[in-house]
Design a protein around this ligand. Structure first.
Ligand SMILES: NC(=O)c1ccc[n+]([C@@H]2O[C@H](COP(=O)([O-])OP(=O)(O)OC[C@H]3O[C@@H](n4cnc5c(N)ncnc54)[C@H](OP(=O)(O)O)[C@@H]3O)[C@@H](O)[C@H]2O)c1
Length: 373
């Protein structure tokens, strides 16, 4: 089969390298900015490339949502198999891509857009055909995990750990999407659609890791807890709920022991109770490998189709959890709470759904809010 590649950055170069290992897969052209298109293999004519009649597969690994969205749409309209790592483009557009692919005989394959090198979406897509997935929990952002691991192990402040993550190449120059949870928000939207076979429904804004400080880490240690940034989700009777927030986890929790920039997930279903995944959630070859796995499935004519058959809606009351909050004193007036320690302004909320976040932020916009699991 013939393929073209959109985007020649970290992931794109990895795709080019791994394409050489796949017999019968020929990379014909690479879409780059005008200043790089002097060689015949490179081109800035993205529209021309994705509509070439001799092309079957379009690898898309551009940054940002444009021209990514335009080129994916065009490729699907021309019946191509589009394989993308771009969660920012996929998250708001997947429904539309699936509809176009159904009409034209193309496909949209997105393994690399969530959990990078871990075959997590593949497992989700297979399982949801067999039984109702009860939910999942996971660490989906390596940068946040690296920062929290460093704060926990070496007592670093968050900004020092962030600078170290940037020096190691784990965090971008602008780390906002990673540390504010926006990257995990895209991945959670995508996973919800696939896991629950549903069109998109708006979940609550994420809580990132930026409010955490070394005092919180100390408190976690005193209580034999480890702080990790999680996305947790649950489905029941046509509805689902998701929370994206830091979590104080018991040391024995599967996700508490995920080091450095690694990712991990748990999937919950009746047939096995829970199943764990662990690995590199990003990185050049780890991510490219997931894209090539989609390409090999396509070449063998067994790509996993995405349907999004139902229209399930968010019901936050499905997911009741314990919360720990550090905020201005006096929160007990707003709701029934229990101060963890008389001398501090930490509070503990038992079995509340995510709507409690509104109450807390009304009381103190700067509050640190986390799960207690
Ligand atoms: N890096 C990872 O480990 C990882 C993991 C999973 C998913 N992803 C996703 O995969 C995608 C690629 O990530 P990356 O790390 O490879 O990013 P990257 O290194 O920034 O590469 C993106 C490439 O797209 C090019 N590009 C942007 N706009 C373009 C345009 N208008 N015309 C031509 N080229 C254009 C950039 O060119 P310039 O640099 O010249 O602007 C760059 O070469 C992103 O959507 C990211 O979220 C990345």
């Amino acid at each position: 089969m013939n393929a073209v590649l959109l985007g020649y950055g970290t992931v794109g170069k990895g795709v080019e390298i791994l394409c050489r290992n796949v017999e019968g897969l020929n990379l014909k052209q690479v879409f780059v900015l005008p200043e790089l298109e002097d060689l015949p293999y490179f081109s800035n004519d993205g529209k021309g490339m994705v509509t070439r009649v001799d092309i079957d597969i379009v690898f898309e690994c551009l940054s940002g949502t444009e021209p990514s969205n335009t080129l994916i749409t065009l490729a699907l309209e021309h019946g191509k198999h589009v394989i993308t790592s771009n969660k920012a483009t996929v998250s708001p557009n997947l429904e539309r891509y699936v509809e176009i692919a159904k009409k034209t005989g193309g496909s949209i394959q997105i393994e690399a857009s969530v959990a990078g090198g871990i075959p997590f979406l593949d497992a989700i897509l297979k399982l949801q055909k067999l039984e109702e997935i009860r939910g999942y929990q996971g660490i989906f952002n390596g940068t946040s995990n690296y920062i929290l691991d460093q704060m926990q192990k070496n007592g670093m402040e968050l900004d020092v750990a962030l600078k170290q993550a940037q020096a190691m190449g784990y965090a971008e120059a602008d780390p906002t999407n990673d540390i504010e949870g926006i990257d995990v928000y895209y991945k959670t939207n995508i996973t919800n659609m696939l896991a629950y076979n549903t069109k998109n429904d708006k979940i609550r804004k994420p809580i990132g890791i930026t409010r955490l400080n070394t005092g919180d880490i100390e408190l976690a240690k005193e209580h034999k807890k480890v702080i990790r940034h999680l996305s947790i989700s649950k489905q029941k009777e046509g509805h689902f709920a998701s929370i994206i927030a830091p979590a104080f986890l018991s040391q024995s929790h599967y996700l508490a022991n995920v080091p450095d920039n690694y990712n991990a997930q748990l999937i919950f279903a009746d047939s096995f109770d829970y199943l764990g995944y662990f690995g590199q959630g990003a990185g050049q070859l780890a991510t490219a490998q997931a894209m090539l796995a989609n390409a090999i499935d396509t070449m063998e004519n067994r790509e996993r189709k995405i349907d999004l058959q139902f229209h399930k809606t968010v019901d936050e009351s499905l997911l009741k959890v314990n919360w720990i909050v550090r905020c201005k004193k006096g929160l007990e007036k707003a709701d029934r709470t229990q101060a963890i320690d008389e001398n501090t302004s930490y509070y503990w909320f038992e079995q509340k759904d995510a709507s409690i976040i509104d109450t807390i932020l009304d009381h103190d916009k700067e509050a640190m809010i986390a799960l207690w699991m």
